[in-house]
Design a protein around this ligand. Structure first.
Ligand code: SAH
Length: 586
């Protein structure tokens, strides 16, 4: 039986079987292993029964075995082959239908390299057949994908049309594809619309129509209304409003109708989930066509219109009614359109080295169509951005402007990444951005390795017990407040991490803070400082509180983080160690 969630793993050699075991350990619920000797047969059964296939086989052997059973790239499962030396995970089939991603995941588990050969990924452009897939887009007709993809990749002018609907937080397209391309010169069209095409309006150039999941159909019915009646009414309501059924994301109704056979039947036949709301929830929705009869019967003056608007407006999205109430003998239907929400990703890139940035952070950069940040960070990641990504740089000290810009772009519907070093939430852009962000956008945070943590590993294990982060920048915080916290950390015997420790104009704060700490812990207390942790010119030193106060603090600048031990911290073999606990080692 086909199990679309299963990954069939074919391994016929000892090494292959061991590696298959690693995949199984990583994905226990998904992997089904095929480890008997007849590789070809095993591969064909996995291909028939599983949603995806990983074969520890040569590409040639896999292709020969599968050639007779290959069908359509939209329905065949993706196939990834891994070589016997476990060096490459090659996306052989179905690259754009999960194969490229699977090759990446397999490579992640086995520590090998993903190999991707599909044209649009190689050019780092969005593959047209999965464009917007993570937003729920579907392609209305797959035939124009190939010619439109060819136009896109060869740099010819391609026009993007939103069909009047507001923008979705889409990934970028190469610069030759934009809303600004004049219709007359466009050699292909990408259309994002929930409107059904008028039959006479067949476009002259290859046109890919994407259906965004933007519509909700609200329905009500009398007891016992049939599935045919409800279905026919829904279809008519959509057709009369010129709307595409492929854009319907759900059917919505009131709880007392939740078990109405006709409603459930109509939804199931069309593959739509059913959303249920209580009469109270619906009674609060403002509708154009309320009815006293309905209110008396169900407790809300509207079912169809209110349920459609309520479901489309979930999560604070703005919703509008695009088809007012239609009636048949025993049912009512209405359609609402939701306004897509923009997306703001708050992305920390880690301290510097690319391999200390989270893969998720890199994926967010790839996903964004607008990236906002300081020039130096934008320069760090430019190679990761897809062609067509808009970058918005700003200088140091313009935090508020940067935060406002990022939020405004997301509010306008874009997929925005606001980037910074370390972690985005630690003395960084996440809080100013969230100060401006409302409920009308989606916010995604990606954790990053903050400077103190990166530095700690360079120094030893200074953060083994309780510690405090203190920023010594008094640009936005009065020195009295900072000093009070330093004193509290001194009295509490915390290991202390100083961020923004010293600059050309702020040179007395660090010695002052160190003096406060020295009043509560021995002069030999270890102090570590790291300049440019995890960057090309990294410099780390372990010294003592006394030496710092004796002038070594002058080595420190704005690119440095300073860690001062607690009274329990030690230097062991030149490394800065804070014991895990006072009774840990007896
Ligand atoms: N969001 C950042 C911190 C920004 S505040 C993070 O989580 O790391 C800026 C301060 O962080 C700098 O003055 C310095 O003290 C510290 N810092 C940031 N990156 C650093 C690095 N790679 N090496 C040493 N210190 C760093």
């Amino acid at each position: 039986m086909t199990d679309s969630g299963a990954i069939g793993v074919i391994a016929v050699t000892e090494r292959g079987r061991t590696a298959a075991g690693r995949l199984q350990a990583a994905w226990p619920d998904r992997v089904r292993t095929f480890t008997e000797d007849r590789a070809g047969e095993q591969l064909r059964s996995a291909f028939a029964d599983c949603g995806a296939v990983v074969a520890f086989l040569a590409v040639g052997a896999a292709v020969r075995a599968l050639a007779p059973v290959l069908g359509d790239k939209h329905t065949d499962p993706p196939v990834v082959c891994v070589d016997e030396a476990l060096q490459h995970a090659v996306a052989v089939l179905g690259g754009h239908h999960g194969g490229n991603a699977l090759a990446g995941e397999v490579a992640g588990v086995l520590g090998c390299r993903p190999v991707v050969t599909t044209a649009s990924d190689a050019a780092s452009a969005a593959p047209l057949d999965s464009y917007g897939a993570d937003l729920g887009f579907t392609v209305a007709d797959t035939a124009p994908l190939a010619p439109a993809g060819a136009a896109l990749l060869s740099g010819r002018p391609v026009r993007l049309e939103y069909g009047g609907a507001p923008a979705w937080p889409l990934p970028p397209l190469p610069p030759n594809a934009s809303a600004g391309t004049p219709a007359e010169s466009a050699e292909a069209l990408l259309r994002i619309t929930d409107r059904a095409a008028a039959p006479e309006a067949a476009p002259a150039v290859p046109t890919v129509t994407y259906r965004p999941p933007s519509l909700v159909v609200g329905v009500g019915s009398a007891r016992g209304a049939s599935g045919e009646e409800v279905g026919a009414l829904v279809d008519r309501t959509l057709a009369e409003a010129g709307l595409a059924a492929q854009s319907v994301r759900a059917l919505a109704t009131v709880d007392v109708k939740a078990d109405e056979e006709g409603i459930l039947r109509a939804a199931a036949e069309r593959g739509w989930p059913v959303r249920i709301f209580s009469a109270d929830e619906l009674a609060g929705v403002d509708v154009p066509n309320p009815s006293d009869v309905v209110r008396a019967e169900v407790g809300t003056p509207s079912v169809a219109e209110a349920a459609a608007l309520r479901a489309a407006g979930e999560d604070g999205a703005a919703a509008e009614l695009v088809a007012a109430k239609h009636k048949s003998a025993n049912a009512t239907a209405a359609v609402a359109r939701l306004r897509p929400r923009g997306r703001l990703a708050l992305v920390g890139l880690g301290p510097g080295a690319r391999d200390l940035a989270a893969p998720r952070a890199l994926a967010e950069l790839h996903r964004a169509s607008v990236v906002v940040g300081l020039d130096q960070y934008l320069d760090q990641v430019r190679d990761l951005l897809r062609p067509g990504t808009r970058t918005m740089a700003s200088g140091l000290g313009q935090e508020e402007e940067r935060a406002r810009t990022a939020v405004a772009e997301a509010r306008a519907g874009a997929a925005v990444a606001l980037i910074g070093s370390g972690d985005a939430g630690v003395y960084a852009m996440a809080s100013p951005a969230l100060d401006f962000a409302g409920r009308d956008i989606d916010v995604v945070g990606v954790p990053g390795i903050t400077a103190a943590v990166a530095a700690a590993h360079r120094l030893g294990a200074p953060l083994g017990h309780d510690h405090a982060y203190i920023s010594l920048s008094d640009l936005h915080t009065p020195w009295e407040a900072i000093e009070r916290r330093v004193r509290a950390a001194a009295e509490g015997d915390f290991t202390v991490c100083f961020y923004n420790p010293r600059s050309r104009r702020r040179d007395w704060q660090l010695p002052e803070a160190l003096r406060v700490l020295a009043g509560h812990r021995p002069a030999a207390t270890p102090v570590g400082y790291v300049r440019n942790a995890a960057r090309g010119d990294e410099h780390a030193a372990v010294t003592t509180l006394a030496a710092m106060l004796d002038g070594e603090a002058e080595e420190v600048d704005m690119y440095t983080v300073v860690l001062v031990g607690s009274s329990a911290s030690r230097t062991v073999a030149g490394r800065f160690v804070t014991p895990r606990g006072y009774t840990w080692r007896g």
